[in-house]
Design a protein around this ligand. Sequence first.
Ligand code: F6R
Length: 240
Amino acid sequence: MKVIVCKDYDDMSKKAADLVISNIIEKPQIKLGLATGSSPIGLYENLIKANDEGEISFRYAKSVNLDEYVGISADNDQSYKYFMKKNFFDHVSFNEGANILPSAPENDEKYAKDYDKILDEFGQRDIQILGIGENGHIAFNEPADKLNRRTSIVKLSESTIEANSRFFASEEDVPRYAISMGLSDIFNARTIILLANGKKKHEAVKKLIEGTSIDPHLPASFLALHPNVYIYVDEEAYRG
Ligand code: F6R
């Protein structure tokens, strides 16, 4: 794991975007794995800017997303589909049908199986973007005795419900279940970029960077097994 300590959120977003941009220049038909949440918004802004300035184009690129809440429709402003449109897809032109997001209108494992098939057809991602939960989750793989290899319907932990309640009118409104890529699928990316900023991420980041074991109670610790992981972390998340 290569750890890049950045001054602040903007610096983290810019540095991570520069790596993505150089990969897109090298391979315009890039396959991207995308994340939602507050961590990658600045990265997306930098990619949009590079696209506007003609440095890169998404015309030949394709993307898949990590996760989505169960039971939330695409037009709900808390859905990850809405998030991706608002923060990225509405601002750059991908080819029609090039963006894939998981969908689970009900709490039913069949939607997870369907997404596995989609991921198998999509093939290896060149880059997977990740955030990290305060509890060390990646995608919605929550701390547990066992972690899912492939896409699953997962129950969100209390810590995640509380952390994500900042986006909802109240904590009760946060969905209790999500559909999430599993660890094998996250690992099926040539390069992984994890973004972590702010004091609230310090504990998880410290355990991830300084840890000496692979621990399903810190799902991000599995990243130590991947050969090509970049952790972009701001001073606050790094030093606490
Ligand atoms: C989002 C995702 C989550 C977030 C994590 C951090 O697609 O998979 O794992 O990356 O919960 O969220 P933020 O960035 O909002 O702190």
